[in-house]
Design a protein around this ligand. Structure first.
Ligand code: NAP
Length: 254
């Protein structure tokens, strides 16, 4: 699906975490098409990252993709400085999109796995939001990628669900804090979106289940999530802060 709304971000700089594939890659493409400069990050998969650079090469120097684990505190200052070094301007749009999901049996969920999930999905957005507010000059916008799992719970991944619920709370806290320095903070809560976050077999199951479980009778796609993110980043959403926007085909009507 193509991006129907068109925005002009007037060469602002966006930092998009988890940008090398899936929803993050689509957000990057749509931002780049809307006159934004984009610094994307990924965790470890260099091959996928290189393919992303090739796929978005039409945007030339307006797109940079850097390996940077969001869970590591020391990376925060480095990544914000990197944007200034590259383009001479600070980041003014932040999309905390990176996230990990491991599904399994609750009884087998280890404390270490719990910490890893919370480290990427919650601590990462906290650290980057703090760093973002420290370096902001003028107005800024944050969008956090939550999940329907955070709203409904998830028996196959309670760590993931808890991280995404807490991310909605963080979004609201940062909305209050950010309002004093010109920063809006919102979340998007996607439902079931077709990406590599699921194994092939799980994806096949979800596609079938979606026909019965989701009111709109299908899984969503990355462009439908990206559209919501761009709206919240844009001035069209200038009076919206502390909100969580569902993009879920009606599976959760909260
Ligand atoms: P995906 O296809 O698995 O892509 C994940 C991206 O995040 C990759 O670029 C990955 O890089 C990066 N990443 C993972 N850990 C990272 C870390 N520690 N630091 C920096 N980057 C990291 O995921 P997706 O489906 O597009 O999901 C994107 C976001 O939407 C996630 O927050 C997810 O929880 C949320 N979401 C997804 C769905 C869905 O149904 N797909 C539903 C609700 C919410 P590498 O390739 O290097 O690992």
């Amino acid at each position: 699906m193509s991006c129907v709304a068109s925005y002009n971000f007037e060469s602002r700089i966006a930092l998009v975490t988890g940008a090398s594939r899936g929803i993050g890659k689509r957000i990057c493409r749509d931002l780049l098409s809307s006159n934004c400069r984009v610094l994307g990050t990924f965790a470890s998969n260099e091959e996928v990252a290189e393919q992303c650079r090739i796929d978005l090469s039409e945007f030339e120097d307006n797109f940079l993709l850097k390996k940077s684990d969001v869970a590591l505190k020391d990376n925060v200052a480095i990544i914000f400085d990197y944007a200034v070094e590259a383009w001479g301007d600070p980041v003014s749009l932040l999309v905390n999109n990176a996230g990990i999901l491991e599904q399994g049996d609750f009884d087998l969920l280890s404390a270490e796995a719990w910490d890893t999930t919370l480290g990427v999905n919650l601590r990462g957005p906290f650290l980057l939001s703090q760093g973002f507010i420290r370096q902001i000059s003028g107005s800024g916008v944050i969008v956090n990628m939550s999940s329907v799992g955070g709203q409904m719970g998830g028996e196959k991944a309670p760590d993931y669900a808890a991280s995404k619920a807490a991310l909605i709370s963080l979004t609201k806290s940062v909305a209050r804090i950010g309002s004093k320095v010109g920063v809006r903070s919102n979340a998007v809560a996607p439902g079931w979106i077709e990406t590599d976050i699921f194994t092939d077999s799980r994806l096949a199951e979800l596609k079938e289940e979606a026909k019965n479980v989701i009111p709109l009778q299908r899984m969503g796609c990355s462009s439908e999530v990206a559209r919501a993110v761009l709206f919240l980043l844009s001035d069209e959403a200038s009076y919206i802060t502390g909100h969580c926007l569902n993009v879920n085909g009606g599976i959760y009507l909260g």
